[in-house]
Design a binder for this molecule. Structure first.
Ligand code: SF4
Ligand code: SF4
Length: 494
């Protein structure tokens, strides 16, 4: 079945995927050391439960969390915790506290790791908790804990699990490789996720430029003989894989600006997350590794690699044949939404779907480009998939005009980078919007704090007044009792 894109605009970009997608997924041998960032890409970190010197096996829990936006971490190696320290990491700000584990060369598995005998015997709530314990998080680039999304979908009665196999960003093809090589795992994981979400159907969306993945997934679905599972082919246009845009394409429903996908009856999960859920079910394995695309003109042999979480990016590049030519930029993610890194010592995270080693050819004319004034050409509005007016947002961002930013929908911007891409004046619009959003959030948080403090102060003043009034009334009542006629007489005697 094919669906038409119904979100506004978007752009067909040079895919650059053939470089890495021509060969089978490479299994990286266990590295000597891994550095597990406590923040795995969601912006929130777990708490270490091991100390330096602790012996760990593969799958041992090393960091836990009760916070809904962070995920638990497990050791991908058997060995020893040799440090817990701040290091270069592929996260906001470029550094994170990391648990550093050195391998002892063995592949001993933690005693707690056992296959899940019958996931269908677990209730949706039990399944969700088990997935939370296993640290399952969105592998499509966000790193958001899967259990939190599942619970929210159940609470809102979402009926459709939308499995995202669109993978629209140039260069990245790890999901494509996974769907082609492990389609049955993806479907098995999808069935577990569907059950945990309380959904009744599952739609797997794949872009039309991935015919082999479409064929593999269609075959796996046919083997399941489940009428509530289907593949939907969507047009290859960027950013088709963005959650809200994909939901609109597949269902025709627009997710409200201030709402969640579940408000449109949908829970969205990535195909790689589904495959990780299948590994958890069949092996009892928490997320210890992921498939990542290592590509760009600055890499000798672009490919997809399954590597332990925490593996240094330098090791991944070495496994792809090493650096080539004159790499100018190391990017975690793709060229449109990825994050430039200062060091290849950062470790692979659950959220990292691509390591892009870009040369001048890959980055093009924008490298070192001088920002020019906006010429009001309107190109940015013509491509914006969220239907925004980036040139007006830009003016509001420059003026830090909070009301205008809100009205123009700065929070609806999905940071897709398309407006930057087409802007003839080389204005880094997406960065400007990100900064403006940060400032707006900070200003609103400060205003909220002030309002809370005012409310607390007013409450306290009211209580003090009430207490004073009550005391006054009690005093009056005692005095009135003391002035009973008999007492007055006694008083008169004095
Ligand atoms: S694309 Fe650039 S120059 Fe054109 S209107 Fe938008 S911000 Fe202005
Ligand atoms: S980055 Fe934001 S404003 Fe720019 S095109 Fe994408 S969604 Fe629109």
């Amino acid at each position: 079945m094919a669906a038409r894109s119904t979100f506004p605009a978007g752009l067909v970009l040079d895919a650059h995927k053939q470089q890495a997608c021509g060969t089978p997924i490479v299994d990286l041998p266990l590295p000597r050391q891994v550095a597990l960032a406590l923040d795995q890409g969601s912006g929130y970190g777990a708490e270490p439960v091991v100390a330096v010197g602790a012996a760990v096996a593969m799958g041992t829990l090393v960091a836990r969390t009760d916070y809904p936006f962070a995920s638990a971490l497990h050791s991908p190696l058997a060995g020893t915790v040799v440090a817990i320290e701040t290091r270069a990491a592929a996260v906001e700000g470029g550094r994170s506290v990391c648990i550093v584990i050195e391998s002892n060369g063995s592949d001993r598995i933690d005693d707690s790791i056992r296959p899940v005998a019958d996931p269908d015997s677990l209730s949706p709530e039990q399944l969700t908790q088990r997935l939370r314990d296993a640290g399952i998080a969105g592998l499509g680039g966000a790193g958001f804990p899967t259990a939190t999304k599942l619970a929210s979908a159940r609470d809102r009665g979402a009926q459709t699990l939308l499995l995202n196999g669109a993978e629209c960003e140039p260069w990245i093809c790890c999901d494509d490789a996974l769907m082609r090589s492990a389609a049955d795992d993806v479907v098995r994981g999808a069935l577990i996720l569907r059950r945990a979400a309380g959904a009744v159907r599952c739609v797997i969306a794949i872009e039309d430029d991935k015919p082999a993945a479409i064929a593999a997934m269609t075959g796996a679905i046919e083997r399941q003989r489940d009428a509530a599972l289907k593949v939907v082919v969507v047009p290859a246009v960027y950013p088709q894989g963005a959650e809200r845009q994909l939901i609109t394409t597949v269902t025709g429903v627009e997710v409200p600006a201030d709402g969640l996908p579940a408000d449109a009856g949908v829970i969205c999960q990535n195909v790689a997350t589904a495959a990780a859920v299948a590994r958890w079910a069949t092996r009892g394995e928490p997320i210890l590794s992921r498939v990542v695309t290592v590509t760009g003109s600055g890499v000798a042999h672009p490919c997809n690699i399954r590597a332990p979480i925490g593996t240094a990016l330098a090791t991944l590049v070495a496994a792809a044949g090493g650096y080539r030519g004159t790499p100018l930029r190391l990017i975690a993610g793709g060229n449109m939404t990825g994050r430039a890194l200062a060091s290849d010592e950062a470790g692979l995270t659950k959220a990292m779907n691509c390591v892009l080693v870009a040369t001048r050819d890959d980055i093009g004319s924008r490298l070192g480009a001088v920002e020019l004034p906006c010429i009001r050409c309107g190109d940015c509005s013509n491509v914006c998939p969220a239907g925004l007016l980036p040139q007006q947002l830009y003016r509001a961002a420059l003026a830090d005009a909070h009301d205008a930013l809100r009205q123009l929908g700065v929070r609806d911007c999905i940071d897709c980078g398309l407006c930057d891409y087409v802007c003839p004046s080389q204005i880094p619009l997406t960065d400007r919007f990100r900064d403006a959003r940060r400032r707006l959030n900070a200003a609103e948080a400060t205003a909220q704090k002030a309002a809370d403090a005012r409310e607390r102060h007013e409450l306290r003043t009211r209580r003090l007044q009430e207490t004073a009034t009550a005391e006054q009334q009690a005093f009056e009542s005692v005095r009135n009792r003391a002035r009973q006629p008999g007492d007055d007489a006694a008083g008169g005697k004095s």
